[in-house]
Design a protein around this ligand. Sequence first.
Ligand code: PRT
Length: 293
Amino acid sequence: MSRLRIAIQKSGRLSEKSLELLKRSGLEFSRSKDKLFWYGKDFPVDLLLVRNDDIPRMLLDGVCDLGIVGENIAFEVMLERESTDKLQCLKQLGFGQCHLSIAVPESMDISDSKELQGKRIATSYPALTKHLLGKKGITMQISELSGSVEIAPSLGTAEAISDLVSTGTTLRANHLVELEILYQSQAALYRQSKELSAKKQQLMDQLLARIEGVLQALKSKYVMLHAPRSSVNEIADLLPGVEHPSIMPLEGTQDRVAIHAVCSEGVFWEHLEALKAAGASAILVLPVEKMLA
Ligand code: PRT
């Protein structure tokens, strides 16, 4: 029987959210003793728990069909392999956001990354850094480090670093400042590039539709309210991301109606206040559990 294999990070920044996304998509796994391979129980998708940078390599080697990994590392591995078979990004997943930035010591008098021409830059992402600097016409000596990149300038092994930044705390703690953002990244679902059997392709499409449904449901809110019949259009326009609200009569009154709608964008207090000012009452905002377009 055809089964899909999906690789996620075993432990690290992306592992918990990746697993949660798959569970919300209806996948359940029985864990094997070595905990690296989890068998999918109700849906024929098995899970491989591996190191982050092994995921794109396993996809390119056809060891797994799908993988959840940061766009930065997928790009890095594609450049490193100079592979003609490219990984296909199926969906950005909205977590693991960060950016690859050039940073320099606070004490360095520099305002443009072009001034770093010919100098040394420490990074754990040599291929991506070289590629992105090259696009700007900058050539630097790349010093590859597997971690603790931020201490390279104080050790005197590089003038600048190219590293991932999310909160900026690490840079500040090491007296570094961001000079330029080279690349924006987030976790994404990738597929291997080879053609799949019809059965596997069907499973992949089904899983992708579920994941899209989960992501959409997370963003969406179900709004219920009462409104004057005369203000229905005005109130519908105030509901964020709503195209076709349901309008229903209210028992015992001709003047007011009930409006129900799925808002595909965030619903904030400002929206509720504007709805109230337009005559809405009994406004309820509920989370959406599941959605299938
Ligand atoms: O352990 P394993 O080999 O599986 O992986 P790993 O050590 O490469 O992974 P991990 O868990 O550190 O990161 C996994 C992925 O999370 C990365 O490939 C990115 O796509 C994403 N991500 C998001 C980050 C960050 N944010 C991040 N801030 N990865 C690393 N960092 C590091 C950064 O390198 C720097 O050292 O965090 C530090 C900076 O963080 P701030 O918050 O101080 O700015």
